[in-house]
Design a protein around this ligand. Structure first.
Ligand code: ANZ
Ligand code: ZN
Length: 829
């Protein structure tokens, strides 16, 4: 009996059966052949569009494939559920609690994902805003605190007076709050930090171990950590005993310093500004505070500054040099002050030109003998020192070392290493996050909440005012507590943690998601981690991936785990665009997976997403593309319907002696495709070519059925073909494969079957003997593969020993090939 392909029925049916039979459950004790397949968990901000889905489909193909290869696969899912959007929704709508908003979204997304047939082990679901999770996020904070890796300090931060919260640098755009557009202020506030800088060197060095990571991500991490070695040099201030320290990577240019520059935020600005210059400096500081702190220092930005009225003394030649405040100096880097060398640093050059400051050349390349007058831009290359006292004439590389030691000997400076990496600011003045588990007591100072008192629960009965002020500040009882040490009245920290803290350890929690007395079981995480394959967006290349590496290293050093890198292999998938733009609700160009599933079924959606482009690349959504995938699956279905009566009760025998060339060819193609798809999936993520190979193979199969009279169909071949084809299709389009597998009469589930094996004998090509002539005379014979093209055959013929005797020293005029018969080499002597 033949039926039509009806994906909606099939898909619901199999999803139910898989769930009932618990086929995607990872058994924790079976770790000998384990595979931890992790996709980045989403922030549940609304419903999913097909762009989000790509990540999960890629992870799922891998999970299903690895199961078929005999791995015990851990494939978990969860939600990064704390964060601002939930709180903003509560403020805007006025009648929904962030928790309810979040849980509603989670329920919607979970159902969407289930309809996609993603093979998650739902028993391991992790939701970071639930008490049983954030209790352990707080525990993690306490471990960091106890080990000196969490501290509070006053620092200049971006403050949005409207949202009443600190913003990360990334959330400030052109000096304005990314969300509300209010001009951001710099405030000096007490904030909690995690000491990631203690791990800068380890985080940098261990990048080398990450052989399974894309190069671009590793480079981004290296640049973010930004190690540079140089010297810290001390300049005296003219007329008093104050000093000014600068960090320079170019001590070889010390004789070229013509001014000094301070970061606007530096406390030295106030100290060094003379009364006459006070007003001008203040005005400049106000102006700079409106500039984006990162753009300020960027290449294209205009360099601006103002004179403080004070001078420094250059320790190498006692020259008096003016001290400026300049917008391009970052307070957080080095010492927040520089020695400026306009002849050899482009930013200093632009500044000097603008303010008419002297430019002094101290390095010349062999060809370029520029002087101050001819210099059109800073010379940043190598060369010999000029005008540099006793060091004149040295190669500048060598001079860097010599001058550095000279500085140390003379107590003027020392060699230092600097990192661009800053400590991780984790305080957020917001409600919807894990409370920082700290109590302030007048007698005892800062007291961490005892572990047995965790979690510090987020109270639910809060009001959201449009002021954006954290409701925890005015909550009736959250703040007031007794000191856990002395019992006196004390107050709780009202800040919550950055959500990146939540996501820095969730991959550990999946292993023992339900454990109550600990965050995870050491022996289990040691067995299951590092993650074998992590899949996610490249936008997380730095923060999330760096924070996770940091937390893993800390936990290793604290003896909580035995490994020091969390993710062995990383794959970053490209995005899906529509109408030339990233999919987003605001652009109105999203495609809903639900709609596609309704129309074509999830198998078509999955097949199309995998087929549209190599998965690491961005790709443009195209409605006709999913129709094409749907046609392909229909064709699969219809071909099976054609043969099913012939083979459903036929048992495969291990005898593949095929007579017919067509049959040999088809069987060869089948096994070539197994080899190809295995290679495409295994570590290569080439799902697009895997799908196209299946399409090609299906065409060959149809051709066979069409060309061969039905009475002569080879049942054994049909049976072998139809089983193996489904096995290969099943990670991509699992529901149709499972259904046809059943129709073939199989009692097992295809999801629990083995990946097909390659029969090497089938791969062997058919060989024939070919006569080789030279100028029309038979001179040799060669054996060739029947499928070789003319070029390949010509190569073999020309390298044949007997033929070479005739051709050596002669010019080959042309080669004539009569397929399967003769190859004739025409030579001229
Ligand atoms: C003098 C000099 C001469 C410099 C020269 C460069 C070239 P990296 O390699 O990124 O570490 N610098 C130091 N602290 C700074 C700050 N807080 N804000 C902005 N710039 C700062 O860069 C180190 C160089 O950047 C330092 O070396 C300093 O300028 C500048 F021909 O000192 B250099
Ligand atoms: Zn106390």
């Amino acid at each position: 009996m033949t039926t039509n392909y009806n994906p909606q029925d099939i898909e619901k049916k199999w999803q139910k059966i898989w769930e009932e039979k618990d086929v995607f459950k990872a058994s924790i004790d079976n770790y000998e052949r384990k595979f931890y397949d992790l996709v980045m968990f989403p922030y549940p901000s609304g419903t999913l569009h097909v762009g989000h889905v790509k990540n999960y489909v890629i992870g799922d193909v891998l999970a299903r494939y690895k199961r078929m290869r005999g791995f015990n696969v851990m494939h978990p899912f969860g939600f990064d559920a704390f964060g601002l959007p939930a709180e903003n929704a509560a403020i805007e709508k006025g009648n929904i609690h962030p928790e309810d908003w979040t849980m509603q979204n989670i329920n919607i997304i979970r159902e969407q994902i289930k309809r996609l047939g993603i093979s998650y082990d739902w028993d391991r679901e992790v939701i970071t805003c639930k008490e049983d999770y954030y209790k352990w996020t707080q525990w993690l904070f306490i471990q960091l605190y106890k080990n000196g890796l969490a501290y509070k300090k006053k620092a200049p931060v971006n403050w949005c007076p409207n949202c009443m919260t600190v913003l990360a640098n990334e959330q400030v755009v052109n000096g304005k709050c990314e969300r509300c557009g209010t001009t951001v202020e710099i405030r000096h506030l007490e904030q909690w930090y995690l000491k990631i800088t203690d791990y800068a060197e380890k985080l940098l060095n261990d990048i080398e171990k990450l052989t399974g990571w894309p190069e671009n991500v590793k480079t981004m991490q290296k640049n973010w950590i930004g190690k540079s070695t140089g010297a810290e040099v001390e300049f005296k201030i003219d007329g008093n005993d104050k000093t000014l320290k600068v960090f320079t990577t170019r001590p070889d240019t010390l004789w070229g310093v013509t001014f000094m520059a301070l970061a606007p935020e530096s406390p030295l600005v106030e100290e060094l500004t003379t009364p006459e210059n006070h007003e001008k400096v203040e005005e400049f500081l106000r102006k700079v505070s409106l500039q984006d702190r990162f753009k300020r220092a960027a290449e294209g930005t205009e360099k601006e500054g103002v004179f403080t009225g004070n001078y420094a003394i250059n320790p190498v030649n006692n020259e008096k040099i003016p001290i400026y405040v300049a917008n391009y100096i970052l307070y957080e880097y080095g010492t927040g002050a520089i020695m400026a060398v306009p002849a050899h640093d482009q930013r200093d050059y632009e500044f000097a030109v603008k303010y008419n400051l002297p430019i002094r050349v101290v390095i010349n390349s062999s060809e370029d003998t520029s002087t101050e007058e001819t210099l059109k831009e800073a010379y940043t290359g190598e060369g010999k020192l000029v005008n540099s006292g006793e060091f004149t004439g040295l190669d500048n590389k060598e001079a860097i070392e010599k001058i550095s030691s000279w500085l140390e000997i003379n107590n003027i400076g020392k060699v230092v290493t600097q990192y661009k990496l800053r400590d991780w600011l984790i305080s957020r003045q917001r409600y919807w996050g894990a409370p920082i588990p700290i109590i302030y007591c007048e007698n005892c100072g800062t007291v961490p909440v005892p572990e047995e008192d965790l979690p510090v629960k987020l109270p639910r009965d809060v009001k959201f005012e449009p002021t954006g002020k954290s409701p925890l500040i005015d909550h009736p009882y959250f703040k007031e507590v007794n000191c856990p040490k002395c019992g006196a009245k004390a107050t709780r920290e009202v800040d919550t943690m950055d959500t990146f803290v939540d996501s820095s350890w969730y991959y550990l929690r999946y292993i023992n998601a339900k454990l109550e007395e600990k965050p995870f079981e050491k022996k289990d995480v040691n067995r299951w981690l590092p993650v074998d394959q992590y899949i996610g967006g490249v936008e997380h290349a730095i923060l999330h991936l760096l924070y996770s590496r940091f937390i893993t290293k800390v936990l290793k050093d604290l003896g909580e785990i035995d490994f020091d890198e969390p993710f062995k292999n990383l794959f970053t998938q490209g995005m899906i665009y529509r109408n030339g733009a990233k999919m987003s609700k605001s652009k109105g160009n999203v495609v809903s997976p639900d709609e596609m599933i309704k129309k074509y079924g999830t198998d078509s959606l999955r097949t199309y997403i995998l087929f549209m482009a190599p998965p690491e690349r961005d790709a443009e959504w195209n409605d006709s593309g999913i129709e094409g995938a749907y046609r392909f699956l229909n064709k699969v279905w219809n071909n099976y319907m054609r043969i099913i009566d012939k083979i459903s009760s036929y048992e495969l025998v291990n005898d593949y002696n095929l007579e017919e060339k067509q049959e040999k060819d088809l069987r060869r193609k089948l096994h070539q495709t197994i080899a190809k798809i295995t290679n495409d999936i295994e570590g290569n993520f080439q799902f697009n070519t895997a799908v196209s190979s299946l399409m090609e193979l299906l065409n060959d199969f149809s051709d066979y059925l069409n060309n061969m009279p039905e009475t002569k169909w080879n049942k054994n071949l049909l049976r072998e073909f139809s089983e193996n084809f489904l096995l290969m299709l099943s990670p991509i389009a699992p529901h149709i494969s499972e259904e046809l597998w059943k129709i073939l009469g199989k009692e097992s589930l295809i999801v629990e079957s083995d990946w097909p094996e390659i029969d090497k004998n089938a791969l062997k090509a058919e060989e024939i003997t070919l006569a080789v002539q030279v100028n029309g005379k038979l001179r040799s014979q060669i054996t060739i593969d029947i499928n070789m093209n003319k070029d390949e055959i010509e190569k073999i013929a020309l390298s044949d020993d007997k033929i070479r005797k005739y051709t050596s020293g002669n010019k080959i005029a042309k080669v004539i090939y009569v397929p399967r018969k003769i190859i004739n080499i025409v030579i001229k002597n």
